[in-house]
Design a protein around this ligand. Structure first.
Ligand SMILES: O=C(O)CCC(=O)C(=O)O
Length: 315
């Protein structure tokens, strides 16, 4: 990380919370476990986010292996770069900090969390054209369990996000049904596909968004996204916020020097602990392969069904 950003992280203060959501919107989030909010972000900020992403991708184009910040898919070549994720972009460009901490996104997170909010991590996911990875059904909280489940992810589309290019899909009310297993016996799959019922599948919501819109989902909301079979990339900046009184039980999946920095309000003096027996992910302290890689280890039949479509099975 460059020195200027490190300094910003150390000295910058916490913005005051200015509520933006109505009581009806907060109630909708609490009932469904997710909420779409339209036309929230300024075009100028979106343009600067896109410019920063273009710069980071241009600098990464000659990579031949993944780095701490840039993940490549299996079909990446120097001639045709295929970058599928930028991890911790807040460490790479100030504009990601501005969006996560100083924009309306921090206010939305505080509205939904209902009190002081910390930053946990962030990433830019690219659902690459012609085969960009499907992401299996999962709950974020199960991947990084905290002392309570009051955590929210904000997905910020940087281009049109549609069913055809693999928009975020959510299962309404699933956050009220508790954590699901993300293991298949001794293998960590990072998905809860095996728990999905006909009722779940009958209620899948495709969250189609335009730049400026956002969708927020609760840490226990079951969500995923289909492969991108179109010719248009889907680019999303995803910020994970947590309640100030929620503390992680496990090593982070995405490291960030901004983790636990306050976004709105004051740090907690007490941890709030939800009762229960918590299934733990593997120990990620020695490194996290990434959602795409972990989910890759799926049964071969699933991959061959996709390959029958004649598409590259990039993961
Ligand atoms: O990018 C997506 O479609 C979903 C991402 C997601 O759920 C994750 O990275 O945890």
């Amino acid at each position: 990380m460059n020195a200027a950003l490190q300094q910003t992280a150390a000295v910058s203060g916490t913005a005051a919370h200015r509520p933006v959501l109505s009581a009806a919107q907060v109630a909708e989030y609490q009932a469904a476990g997710f909420l779409t909010v339209r036309a929230m972000l300024e075009p100028a900020l979106l343009q600067r986010l896109n410019a920063a992403i273009a710069r980071i991708c241009a600098e990464a184009a000659d990579l031949t292996a993944k780095t701490a910040h840039v993940d490549l898919d299996a079909f990446h070549t120097l001639e045709k770069p295929r970058i599928r994720r930028i991890s911790s972009p807040t460490e790479l460009d100030e504009v990601f900090m501005e969006a996560a901490f100083d924009s309306v996104l921090g206010d939305i997170a505080a509205d939904l969390i209902g009190g002081p909010v910390k930053f946990y991590h962030s990433k830019v996911n690219f659902k690459l054209p012609e085969g960009g990875a499907e992401i299996g059904w999962h709950q974020d909280w199960a991947v990084f369990p905290h002392t309570n489940s009051n955590i929210v992810a904000l997905s910020v589309p940087l281009n049109a996000s549609r069913t055809g290019n693999g928009c975020l899909q959510t299962i309404p009310g699933s956050h009220r049904q508790g954590p699901r297993s993300h293991w298949d016996q001794d293998r960590y799959t990072l998905n809860c596909n095996a728990s999905m019922t006909d009722a779940d599948m009958a209620h899948v919501v495709d969250n189609e968004l335009d730049p400026g819109d956002i969708v927020a989902h609760h840490g226990l909301t079951v969500h995923g996204s289909s492969a991108n079979l179109s010719s248009v990339v889907r680019t999303t900046y995803i910020i994970q916020y947590v309640a100030a009184d929620a503390f992680a039980y496990t090593a982070p999946v995405i490291n960030s020097c901004h983790r636990n920095r306050m976004v709105r309000g004051k740090p907690a003096r007490h941890a709030r602990v939800e009762q229960g027996v918590i299934e733990l992910p593997p120990d990620f302290s020695a490194g996290y392969a990434g959602i795409f890689t972990l989910q890759d280890q799926r049964p071969i039949e699933i991959l061959s069904v996709l390959s029958a479509e004649g598409l590259p099975l990039a993961r």
